[in-house]
Design a protein around this ligand. Structure first.
Ligand SMILES: Nc1nc2c(ncn2[C@@H]2O[C@H](COP(=O)(O)OP(=O)(O)OP(=O)(O)O)[C@@H](O)[C@H]2O)c(=O)[nH]1
Ligand SMILES: [Mg+2]
Length: 424
């Protein structure tokens, strides 16, 4: 079978990566740095960030994503951030041609996103930056459930690495990534190596090996294979380009490891084929009200194909105060709790589309749907093709995790989250 021809209008193959890690490990700095270096941020936005961070340059990359006032004041991410870059052909070609993982990588846990799986075609990459603070774990879990694979960012400084809270978080997040991300690929990015290099140029390799050993022990029980990569999110060592300061490392750069994992994502080379036989399911992550357009539900197409002009069915309805189903739009059927509206337009990161396929992140303008009616977790399906139905009973796989502060606050309710993208 001949390979499909990639025209300019045809959407790029798509993969989603989530950045996870303990609080202050450098996730936003890493995600923002990729965005800036690969042109995922327009010139004016970058100039504004540069102006705002002129007296605190170390926050430059983190502030690209941490845009809320409260996030900047507290120097931490609170909500899940979604951004988008195209991995250019040059990067994909470099990772396809990259040598086999270095002995250090193999010694540190092996590699399951090896260069062999990579292809040289460009890939659209959605990056999810998650909060590291345990109080916002709910937003972190939401990000993990939407990702194809995860990058676990670890602070290599011994005082942080060995702290019990960092160990607990690292183990917990790796476990969540294994359980909830679409693939089991885990890239462990050992950060802050610029600090080691500046203290003593010979210290970085030792710090990397110590951190890799320590993380390998933490994730051993989950029998998870992982790719370990040394880097510095702030200084850029072995991040996008190789660095002479980490000359001892001959494995992939962090971007090459991400590109290889993206290229190995199932369905990446044939998103339209994957879409053909699955019913449409799109769980909503956000709902916007846009002037002149109206209600814009947004999320990731978990299965199937969303077409402009189709009738979208949105479930479930919010219960009304009187116990019935609240519904104001003319197209809805309150007795059955169903809300439907025509899809007027589809946008994928400012790109207008006639259709969106499995794995893509889109916002859609739906006619006649009140914004207040929708919330995170509602599911969009196609009214004409195996639409989603309300269920009185369902089968679930439930995984419990001990809350970290159980001993202090025994009455605490642990966060609950559902991965709701499996079509029946
Ligand atoms: N020296 C050095 N500083 C870094 C590096 N990576 C991040 N930082 C600094 O660490 C601080 C925290 O970085 P963030 O990227 O906000 O950390 P985070 O993991 O997103 O934090 P949360 O969102 O709160 O979990 C910032 O001031 C960064 O400048 C690094 O590689 N080297
Ligand atoms: Mg952050």
């Amino acid at each position: 079978m001949s390979a499909p021809v990639q025209t300019r209008k045809e959407p790029l193959p798509h993969a989603t990566v989530v950045f996870l890690g303990p609080h202050q490990s450098g996730k936003s700095t890493a995600a923002g740095h990729i965005l800036v270096k690969l042109g995922g941020l327009d010139k004016r936005a970058l100039e504004r960030v540069d102006r705002e961070t002129s007296n605190r340059p170390t926050s430059r990359y983190a502030w690209v994503l941490d845009r809320l006032r409260l996030e900047r004041d507290r120097a931490m991410t609170l909500d899940l951030k979604i951004c988008h870059v195209a991995l250019p052909t040059a990067v994909m070609a470099r990772c396809a041609a990259a040598p086999a993982p270095a002995p250090a990588a193999a010694a540190a846990g092996g590699s399951d996103s090896g260069s062999g799986a990579a292809s040289a075609s460009p890939v659209a990459l959605t990056i999810l930056d998650t909060p590291g603070h345990p109080d916002y774990l709910r937003n972190t879990i939401t990000g993990i459930t939407q990702a194809d694979f995860a990058v676990l960012v670890v602070d290599s400084r011994p005082v942080v690495l060995e702290s019990p809270s960092s160990c607990f978080q690292t183990r917990d997040l790796a476990q969540l990534a294994t359980a909830l991300a679409h693939q089991k690929t885990l890239i462990v990015a050992i950060n802050y190596l610029d600090v080691a290099v500046e203290a003593d140029p010979g210290l970085a390799e030792q710090r990397f090996n110590e951190a890799a050993d320590s993380v390998r022990k933490l994730i051993k029980r989950q029998s998870q294979s992982a790719t370990f990569v040394p880097f510095s999110a702030l200084a850029g060592d072995n991040f996008i380009e190789r660095s002479p300061r980490l000359h001892w490392w001959s494995g992939p750069t962090l971007l090459e490891a991400i590109a290889a994992a993206a290229a190995a994502t199932p369905g990446i080379t044939g998103s339209t084929a994957v879409a053909a036989d699955l019913p449409l399911r799109m769980p909503l992550l956000r709902v916007y009200k846009v002037g002149g357009i109206g209600t814009v539900p947004a999320g990731r197409v978990a299965g199937g194909c969303l077409r402009q002009g189709a009738i979208a069915r949105l479930l479930p309805p919010l219960p009304a105060a009187d116990g019935g189903v609240a519904c104001a739009a003319s197209a809805c059927e309150p007795s059955r709790g169903v809300l439907e509206g025509a899809v007027r337009s589809i946008e994928c990161f400012h790109d207008s589309r006639a259709a969106a396929f499995t794995g893509e992140w889109v916002g859609l303008a739906v006619k006649g749907v009140p914004t207040w009616w929708l919330k995170r977790g509602c599911v969009v399906s196609d009214a004409a093709d195996r639409p989603a139905r309300l269920a009185a009973r369902f089968t679930a796989k439930i995984q419990g995790r001990p809350p970290p502060r159980l001993t202090r606050r025994c009455s605490e309710t642990p966060p609950q989250s559902a991965k709701n993208d499996c079509a029946p």
